[in-house]
Design a protein around this ligand. Structure first.
Ligand SMILES: [Zn+2]
Length: 260
């Protein structure tokens, strides 16, 4: 569905899972014509019925069609408690989902994995029968994943969650943005290596002299156009928070250094 997401992505994938009973994951679009098209698709199914809406996390490009669809089909909305808290007053979450819960859709089940990092209440869905993992915004095949501390993003948690997904040994990842990913291990390993490479760049820059967030952007993101620095800075801040937490970097006012 077309959504107000982060360029170059322009759409969010909505997954409809199950057999006779269906779950709709991330009815994402705020746009009326997109919502009407999803309604028509779901209401046109014969012998299949939507029994729940599930949200992977609280971001606006994942939840903006939830109220409309819940009212249209009279079905409840499920999400992680952290997502529920962040959507207070915007989307009413009827039921909570957390690590270890199982979504039963008749003969079909989805295991819930809590994967914080991109968002505190981020959850993924594992279909053990087919080896498919629905991964929301943990990885993407179009665009990049932002880890934004101001919005609950946590780089250490994100890296741990990526590793955890890698250990699931899935056959296929279904991301919220872009095509299915049929080499999960390579894709997840690349994401982990990419973040650790950025982290190494931060440490290398700080080894020269103490620097502020603004000063670090250019050396840490040499491959990124300066127009994208505001976005890069958010992820850079997430790396710095992690390094300070790891006691591998220290903060003094607006300067970061590798020695106290
Ligand atoms: Zn997101």
């Amino acid at each position: 569905m077309r959504t107000p997401t982060l360029p170059p992505a322009t759409h969010t994938n909505v997954y409809v899972c199950g057999e006779a009973e269906l779950a709709v994951i991330d009815p994402a679009s705020p746009y009326a014509e997109e919502q009407v098209a999803l309604d028509a698709f779901l209401l046109g199914l014969s012998g299949q019925r939507v029994s729940m809406i599930v949200l992977s996390h609280h971001h606006v490009d994942h939840v903006s069609g939830a109220n409309h669809l819940a009212a249209r089909l009279s079905v409840p909305i499920w999400a992680h408690p952290e997502t529920k808290a962040r959507l207070e007053g915007r989307v009413k979450i009827d039921h909570e989902l957390d690590e270890g819960n199982r979504i039963s859709l008749g003969a079909h089940t989805l295991d819930v994995l809590h994967t914080p990092g991109h968002a505190p209440g981020h959850i993924c869905f594992a279909d053990r029968t087919s080896g498919t993992l629905i991964v929301g915004d943990m990885v993407a095949s179009v665009g990049t994943i932002i880890v934004e501390p101001e919005d609950g993003g946590d780089m250490r948690a994100y890296l741990q969650s990526l590793e955890r997904l890698r250990q699931q040994k899935a056959r296929c990842l279904l991301p919220a943005h872009g095509d299915p990913i049929d080499d999960p291990d390579a894709h997840l390993s690349f994401y982990i290596a990419h973040r650790l490479e950025r982290e190494a760049r931060v440490l290398a820059a700080l080894a020269l002299n103490p620097q502020s967030l603004d000063e670090l952007v250019a050396p840490v993101y040499p491959d990124v156009a300066s127009a994208l620095y505001p976005l890069a800075k958010r992820s850079l801040f997430a790396h710095l928070i992690k390094l300070v937490g790891d006691e591998r970097a220290y903060r003094d006012g607006d300067k970061f250094s590798i020695a106290r």
